[in-house]
Every structure is written in structure tokens, then in C-alpha cells.
Design a protein around this ligand. Structure first.
Ligand code: NDP
Length: 449
């Protein structure tokens, strides 16, 4: 006899928890999806029959490897490399590489699992994967970063390709790292295979708007949520966490749409600038000089630096967590609500703890989960793949218009699924179920693989 959807989900989750008991981030991401799927499985008993969930929580392939490299003192250093190829039912594996000291298998699996549903939501026909290393580029010279990237690619190149697996950037991996990785891939294979990585330099296959896409996309998603309720970003105050790729371009887009983003942060603390963050100064400090966020307060009259502390204590109507996982907890969510927040849109992956998500949703504000709200980055990566395949290049305005249209579609698909499954406006349920149904149907149609 077939289990009820509830009992089925529980049994899959328990089996996964036993198998992956030392992977807390992965289990958190898995629960976040599975716990919303009861109404979907009730409508689709064939997904239970075909053991779709059991297959989905197990990656198709996991690659772990040694990355030896020489530092500037000629000492041998050794890091660990990862690539988790989670699901390729919809297309080649696709997902970023993260270089950060906190990277381990659990973190890579959580990110790869989320990527499956996010990529499905974009309707760009890409599978889900993630990778990275516990290497930390902070404080390393360009030469050290280059030697590390070359060693990393010397192992990874066997497993990637424009039709198999297409990595991109994430925390600690930006244009510089993608350049070094691509150079080594080209050297090892003798092929200028543009489509093997995205986020490339614009002179050699990189797409316009890829750098801006995740941050811009998160703000477009917030704009779509507000539009449904007859509201707008114009004239509203925003708090943004992080000061990396996603945060910088979220701040820029808020300001272009008439809002005022008053904060930015890094792992040392945050700055508040009541006049609105000066994006050009922030780019200079973070993208060019690779400095700290406190440098901003030293150089911008009227701005203040708060060491440690929480950016969520600053009152605002819009909040964009754009740094890292679990950075917005229940206390932070309470502070945001006390400060009058109306919208939280996740630029980062899983930045809000489950307790904080529950609190924010129960309070009736608009909550945009990362799977939907930050999908503009990977969607624009897919557009980069299309341009590479066609040996074509689109201009900035066309690329941004495509991004905006995709974010509108992602919003509408998420909202419609939330209605279909009985909780209109619950974008967590909507994004999870819309992404899941697309992948599950493809898995069934392709047989037991
Ligand atoms: P960056 O490396 O460019 O920036 C990360 C920012 O977050 C930095 O300001 C960093 O500060 C801060 N940060 C990272 N880890 C921590 C931590 N443990 N505690 C406090 N602050 C931290 O990364 P991205 O902007 O690319 O990525 C940010 C988030 O967005 C991640 O969750 C990523 O997975 C997600 N994302 C990124 C996409 C992209 O296209 N880049 C696409 C979709 C999602 P510090 O320098 O001090 O470490």
C-alpha cells in the first residue's frame, strides 16, 4: 500500500538524515523543500510510486579531490576540492564554485540541492550542481590565487564541459578566479570551449549583465511582489547585508528604482549611510581594492561603521540578505519587523533560518525565498551559454530586459503555484513546488536513471 504524502516525506527525510547525519546544512535545505511538498504529492501520487524524492536527495555524482598549491614562500599548501553534480534531468549540471574556509561537503550539498529547483524555475533547461573549496582567497596574492585555481582546475577539468557541467562563481569566486580557471582549462584541453564556465570576461565570451544579474534580479523580484499588491520600491528605504557581488548590485538597482539602500556589511561589521550607500565608492573599495567595509565609513562623510552587530537592527521597509547562509535568525527577523519591514527578498542562498522564515511569513509581510529571488544570476549564466553556443553577443539593455522578463516569469510561476496548492502569496511553497514538479516530471519521463 502506498504511504500518504506526509508519511512518505517523513520516511524519505528520516532515511536521508541517517545517511547524512553529519551534514546539517544539507538536511536544513532538504527539509525546507520536502516539508512544503505534501499538497504536490497528493496531486501527483506517481511521484511517490517512481521514488522521485528518494532519488532527488541523492546526488548523481560527488567528486572530492586534493588541491595542492605553492604559496608565495614556496611552501606546499593543501586544500580540499568539491563538485557535487546533483541532478541533470533538465540539462547540463549548472551551479557556482564557492571558495571560503567554511566550505565542506554539507555546504556544497545544500547549495547543489537548492540549485536543482532554482534552475528549474528559470526554465532555462539546466541541471543543478555546486562546488568549491575550503581555500580562502582573502589576504592571498593574485599569484597565489592563480596557482590555486590552476591546481583546482587540473583535477576538475575531467568532469566538466559545455554539455556536461558548467560551473560559475559564488562566494570568493569572481571574475579574477573564473579567468584563471578558464585559462587552465584551455591549456589542459587545447580547446577554447567558451561554454564550459560562465561569468567570463566580456572580451572572451562573458555576457553583459552577468555581474549585475543576481543583485538586480533580487530587486526585480521584490518589485514584482510589491506590484501585485499595488506597491513600489520608489521612495522606500532598504537594508542590505554583504558587500560582495550580490549585495553591490542589489544596492545599485534599489537606487536606480528610486529607493535608498542605507547599509552594507562584511564579516567584520556593517556600515550605515543615511544618505544612501555610494555604490561607486563601494565598488572601488570592494571590487578594485579588495578592502574592508570599515574603509567605506572612513572615506564617506556621515557614514558610520558598526563592528559586529546586526544589520537587521537598522529600520527599513525592504530587506535584502545578500551575504551567506543563516545570517538572518529569529532575533534579526523580530528586529526587522519592529523596524517596519514590508519585504524580505533573499539575494543569498538560505540566508534566513527556518524559525525566522516562519516568523516573517506569519507576520504577513512579503517573503521572497532565494530559490526564486536570486535565480537571476544563474538565469543570466544560461543566457551566457546561449550566446556562446551561437557565437553571439547581446548588448546591456537587451540582456537586462531578458533578465527582468525572466524574474517576472519566476515570480508569476511561484505565485501561481502558491495559489494552486492552497496558500496564495506563500512564495516558499510556490517556488519549491513549481521547481519540483518540473524536475519530477522530467525524471519520470526519462525512466529509472
Ligand atoms: P562574494 O564573495 O562576492 O561576497 C560575499 C559577501 O558576504 C562578502 O561581503 C562577505 O564578507 C560576506 N560574507 C560571506 N561569508 C560571510 C560570513 N560567514 N559572515 C559574514 N559575512 C559573510 O559572494 P556573492 O556576493 O557572490 O554571494 C553572496 C551570496 O549570494 C551567497 O549566499 C551566494 O551563494 C549567493 N548567490 C550568489 C550568486 C552569484 O551570482 N554570485 C547567485 C545566487 C546566489 P567577507 O568578505 O568579510 O567574507
Amino acid at each position: 500500500m502506498q504511504l500518504t504524502p506526509n508519511a512518505h516525506i517523513q520516511s524519505v527525510a528520516e532515511a536521508a538524515a541517517q545517511r547524512s547525519h553529519n551534514e546539517p546544512e544539507f538536511l536544513q535545505a532538504m527539509h525546507e523543500v520536502l516539508d512544503t511538498l505534501v499538497p504536490v504529492l497528493a496531486e501527483h501520487p506517481e511521484f511517490i510510486e517512481a521514488a522521485v524524492l528518494e532519488r532527488l536527495v541523492e546526488p548523481e555524482r560527488q567528486i572530492l579531490f586534493r588541491v595542492p598549491w605553492l604559496d608565495d614562500q614556496n611552501r606546499v599548501r593543501v586544500n580540499r576540492g568539491f563538485r557535487v553534480q546533483f541532478n541533470s534531468a533538465l540539462g547540463p549540471f549548472k551551479g557556482g564554485l564557492r571558495f571560503h574556509s567554511s566550505v565542506n561537503l554539507s555546504v556544497v550539498k545544500f547549495l547543489g540541492f537548492e540549485q536543482i529547483f532554482k534552475n528549474a524555475l528559470t526554465r532555462q533547461r539546466i541541471g543543478g550542481a555546486k562546488g568549491g573549496s575550503d581555500f580562502d582567497p582573502h589576504g592571498k596574492s593574485d599569484e597565489e590565487v592563480m596557482r590555486f585555481c590552476q591546481s583546482f582546475m587540473t583535477e576538475l577539468y575531467r568532469y566538466i564541459g559545455d554539455q556536461t557541467d558548467v560551473p560559475a562563481g559564488d562566494i570568493g569566486v569572481g571574475g579574477r578566479e573564473i579567468g584563471y580557471l578558464f585559462g587552465q582549462y584551455r591549456r589542459l584541453t587545447g580547446r577554447h570551449e567558451s561554454g564550459v564556465l560562465t561569468g567570463k570576461g566580456k572580451g572572451w565570451g562573458g555576457a553583459e549583465v552577468r555581474t549585475e544579474a543576481t543583485g538586480y534580479g533580487a530587486v526585480f523580484f521584490a518589485q514584482e511582489m510589491l506590484k501585485r499588491t499595488g506597491e513600489d520600491i520608489d521612495g522606500r528605504r532598504a537594508v542590505v547585508s554583504g558587500s560582495g557581488n550580490v549585495a553591490i548590485y542589489a544596492i545599485e538597482k534599489v537606487s536606480q528604482l528610486g529607493g535608498t539602500a542605507v547599509t552594507a556589511s562584511d564579516s567584520s561589521g556593517y556600515v550605515v549611510d543615511e544618505q544612501g550607500i555610494d555604490v561607486e565608492l563601494l565598488k572601488q573599495i570592494k571590487e578594485v581594492e579588495r578592502g574592508r567595509i570599515s574603509d567605506y565609513a572612513e572615506r564617506k562623510p556621515g557614514a558610520r561603521f558598526v563592528s559586529g552587530g546586526s544589520v537587521w537592527d537598522v529600520p527599513a521597509e525592504l530587506a535584502f540578505p545578500c551575504a551567506t547562509q543563516n545570517e538572518l535568525d529569529e532575533r534579526g527577523a523580530r528586529a526587522l519587523l519592529d523596524g517596519g519591514v514590508r519585504v524580505v527578498a533573499e539575494g543569498a542562498n538560505m540566508p534566513t533560518t527556518p524559525e525566522a522564515v516562519t516568523l516573517l511569513q506569519q507576520s504577513g509581510i512579503l517573503f521572497g525565498p532565494g530559490k526564486a529571488a536570486n535565480s537571476g544570476g544563474v538565469a543570466t549564466s544560461a543566457l551566457e551559454m546561449s550566446q556562446n553556443a551561437a557565437r553571439d553577443r547581446w548588448d546591456f539593455d537587451h540582456s537586462e530586459a531578458r533578465l527582468q522578463a525572466i524574474m517576472r516569469d519566476v515570480h508569476d510561476a511561484s505565485y501561481e503555484a502558491s495559489e494552486r496548492y492552497g496558500r496564495p502569496g506563500d512564495y516558499v511553497l510556490g517556488a519549491n513546488s513549481a521547481g519540483f514538479v518540473t524536475v519530477a516530471q522530467a525524471m519520470i519521463e526519462q525512466g529509472l536513471v
